[in-house]
Design a protein around this ligand. Structure first.
Ligand code: MLT
Length: 265
């Protein structure tokens, strides 16, 4: 893998062909996409940045809004000279992908929204995030890791080895990065009004057992985005791409193959 540090984001950039850009969820890093990097690097240019504050990308003080993350991703793509891309966002990465679609629609060939939602936080959820951010500041990153770890994978598929891998992936997150992202997610705007204007091919993927963002949220996205396709993967929870990589990659690959290389965007 290439480690190229352009602008503010460290990134993987490997392979040749139509560019796929993978945006990770909270509190992960590009490492969570390794099964997708391995699967698609022989047929596509695969770009997977560490979002600001995660992995090797430095945190910044204050809330890191989804719009700010999207602008950083855009700066990265300008730096790499990709032209329009297929943007794949998981959960928080999906919030960033929607902010990107709003700000930079001409940079999209297609959009893949994975286990995510368009609505904002309720007042209660936003307060909860701010409380969690204060606890992370006082006690450290384990506050988030301990709370999220039991909810990330399908309850019907217990696997101690995988649970340990997932904890290890989260353990790279720094408290400052978590805090910026929590405060940024708490103030994210409602992206629902944008959905009807999305004019590129869109795939919605989710796990049937997602305990963090209900599968119904994906169905809502699919209804609101013109022509969007919805795929619900069985025996998978919130980390669907990591839990069921073969099925996830098959569905993503089949969808990509349906889109002509010269399709207008
Ligand atoms: C994520 O997986 O990115 C988070 O669960 C998203 C969120 O907390 O809203």
């Amino acid at each position: 893998m290439n480690n190229l540090p352009p602008q503010n984001l460290s990134t993987t950039d490997i392979g040749q062909g139509r560019p796929l850009v993978f945006l990770h969820g909270f509190p992960f890093s590009r490492a969570v996409w390794q099964p997708q990097v391995d699967a698609f690097r022989s047929t596509h240019r695969v770009i997977a940045p560490d979002l600001m504050g995660f992995g090797d990308s430095e945190p910044q003080p204050g809330p890191i809004t989804m719009a700010r993350q999207a602008a950083e991703v855009h700066a990265l793509l300008q730096h790499l000279g990709t032209g329009p891309v297929f943007l794949i966002g998981h959960s928080m990465g999906g919030y960033v992908a929607l902010a990107f679609a709003q700000q930079f629609p001409g940079m999209l060939h297609g959009l893949v929204l994975v286990s995510t939602q368009s609505g904002p936080d309720s007042a209660e959820a936003a307060t909860g995030r701010r409380t969690t951010a204060a606890k992370v500041l006082a006690e450290g990153a384990h506050v988030v890791i301990d709370a999220m770890a039991p909810k990330l994978c399908a309850a019907s598929q217990p696997d101690a080895g995988r649970a340990a891998q997932v904890r290890a992936l989260m353990a790279t997150a720094r408290p400052e990065g978590m805090i910026g992202a929590l405060l940024g997610m708490a103030e994210r705007p409602d992206a629902t009004p944008l959905l009807a204007q999305i004019a590129v091919p869109t795939l919605i993927l989710t796990g049937a057992e997602d305990a963090l963002i209900a599968t119904a949220e994906s169905a809502k996205l699919a209804r609101a985005i013109p022509g969007a396709q919805l795929q619900v993967i069985a025996q998978a929870g919130h980390l669907v791409a990591f839990e069921q990589p073969a099925e996830f990659n098959r569905l993503l690959g089949d969808w990509l193959n349906q889109i002509r290389p010269d399709a207008p965007h």
